[in-house]
Ligand binder design. Structure first.
Ligand code: FAD
Length: 489
């Protein structure tokens, strides 16, 4: 078979393009060398946001585009994306309060009004954990998403529309032969190599984009990316409430504190990165930096021993004139090349928030190759797992049907899987039907669903991307789970 479109990379951008292209009637093949979202797309701050701080660099176009996408994505995946109030304490040594108010007023007005407006009135809960001199500030709203699950959501939709999707398949060579691209793909689990032919090719390999380009253009490729590391630490949440904080720092950046159940995620950093792309680790300096910002603002003395989990990612940014890494634009760049009359589209940079618009822009570039392609459609269509009127209604309907199921478990399932929760629970009639208990709310019934419907191949796919149980599970529970997965195969 000859595919219309071959996509290399199963992060948010590759997944978004696969979904859009399949819905327009193209035959699509997507390969991911590791697990889906194992690159930058599971290492983000998980915000679907305009990016308040980009106003400072006058990146209004990006902020407006991202805020528009915030609306669209909240409509498409309301089970995965939720509004979160952000508190920004004033810090007169960094920015005057009037300037912050003006910036947030602007941010509010660039967005459509579906989230509450910003306010300078903070509740006691919101300010009392801050040091006295930082207890005045402003509250505004942005959105949070489970980044890795947003990737899966797109892939499931793409698959439903006919796309061929494979994780643990690495693109190892690319040739242009007469009318088609010929792509060699290595199954990294079985070491088998297959050849796929396609009419057009998309390089959506994020921080590997330069390397992938070198496969195609070994002699003439141009290094386009600036790699900038960003790390997060997770600590037990020291304040009450489910609001987030955005803290201005002396080095003219911001650090987020984002609630995650009983914990808080603190990030991020901006450090030039030159290490291995396969093993990105937080440094001791980054940990100290993040802790020090918290200790400036809050009435606590956080230290390294409080850290329960860390993660680090690298931003694939496009080199521009800025020396300050935090100021390099987060806007994406799409470059089309023609090789012996064959089209290649390279993607550089971008944000999780703007992936859907990026996918539309990529397909616009391919209009001449596929003149009969259907028009853009993703803006108005929800994901298949969001086929409810409201999530709340769906939750209550299911609760009536499965009244034996603990409420917090049902809530967790509906937030992660949306209407696919009904598939996950199937005919289960009682807690016995949940099967083996792997601890912390992970049951056999969820594992079976993931193995069957979400391309799970290894324990890490479950622990760190389909769910985040890796943070809380004991080593014993992990080895029981590992055994279960290997026996299931
Ligand atoms: C610290 C940090 C915080 C961030 N926070 C936010 C945020 O809050 N909001 C936001 O909107 N954005 C955020 N971003 C940006 C966002 O995460 C990225 O722009 C986005 O995830 C990039 O997605 P991608 O698909 O381009 O890359 P990736 O997710 O890295 O996907 C590329 C994939 O290609 C695969 N691949 C590479 N080579 C091959 C090959 N030869 N064959 C097959 N597959 C291959 C890789 O394994 C990888 O999975 C953040 C980024 C970082 C680093």
């Amino acid at each position: 078979m000859i595919y219309d479109l071959f996509i290399i990379g199963g992060g948010i951008n590759g997944a978004g393009i696969a979904c859009d292209a399949a819905g327009r009637g193209l035959s699509v093949y997507l390969c991911e060398k590791d697990d889906f979202a194992s690159g930058t797309s599971s290492k983000s701050s998980k915000l679907i946001h305009g990016g308040l701080r980009y106003l400072e660099t006058f990146d209004f176009k990006l902020v407006r585009k991202a805020l528009k996408e915030r609306e669209i994505l909240s409509f498409k995946a309301p089970h995965l994306i939720k509004p979160v109030p952000f508190i920004m304490p004033f810090n007169v040594n960094i920015h005057a309060p009037w300037l912050i108010r003006l910036g947030i007023w602007f941010y509010d007005h660039l967005a459509k009004k579906s989230l509450p407006s910003s306010t300078s009135t903070l509740s006691r809960l919101e300010y009392k954990s801050l040091k006295l001199k930082y207890q005045k500030g402003i509250k505004y709203y942005d959105c949070w998403v489970d980044d890795a699950r947003l990737v899966i959501c797109n892939l499931q939709h793409a698959q439903k529309l006919g796309a061929h999707i494979q994780n643990y398949h690495q693109c190892i060579s690319i040739k242009s032969e007469q009318k088609y691209w010929v792509i060699s793909v290595l199954n990294v689990l079985t070491h088998e190599v297959i050849e796929i032919k396609a009419k057009a090719l998309v390089n959506a390999t994020g921080i590997w984009a330069d390397q992938t380009n070198a496969l195609i253009n070994p002699k003439h490729f141009r290094k386009r990316l600036s790699l900038v590391q960003g790390s997060h630490i997770m600590v037990p949440k020291w304040y009450l409430g489910q609001h987030a904080y955005i803290l201005q720092t002396n080095d003219k950046r911001v650090v987020f504190v984002i609630p995650d159940g009983k914990n808080a995620i603190i990030g991020t950093t901006d450090i030039a990165y030159e290490g291995s792309l396969e093993d990105i680790q937080i440094s001791a300096l980054e940990k100290e930096y993040l802790i020090s910002v918290i200790n400036v603002y809050f009435n606590i003395a956080l230290n390294k021993s409080d850290i329960i989990h860390c993660y680090s990612g690298v931003r694939p940014l496009v080199k521009d004139g800025h020396n300050r890494l935090s100021k390099i634009s987060r806007e994406y760049v799409i470059e089309k090349e023609i090789h012996h009359e064959l089209n290649l589209v390279n993607i550089y940079g971008g944000k999780l928030t703007t992936y859907r618009q990026l996918a539309e822009d990529v397909l616009k570039q391919l209009q001449t190759v596929f003149p009969n392609m259907k028009p853009a459609w993703t803006k108005k269509e929800k994901f298949p797992s969001a086929s409810f009127d409201t999530l709340k209604q769906y939750y209550y309907d299911l609760r009536r049907q499965k009244s034996w199921l603990p409420k917090d478990l049902l809530l967790m399932y509906t937030r992660k899987y949306g209407t696919f929760t009904s598939v996950l629970l199937g005919e289960a009639q009682s807690t016995d039907d949940l099967g083996i208990d792997f601890g912390h709310g992970l049951f056999q019934i969820e594992i079976d669903y993931l193995l069957k419907y979400e391309w799970v191949k290894t324990i890490d796919d479950i622990l760190w991307r389909r769910t985040k149980f890796g943070i809380s599970m004991s080593e014993d529970d992990k080895s029981r789970l590992n055994q279960y997965i290997s026996e299931y195969k």
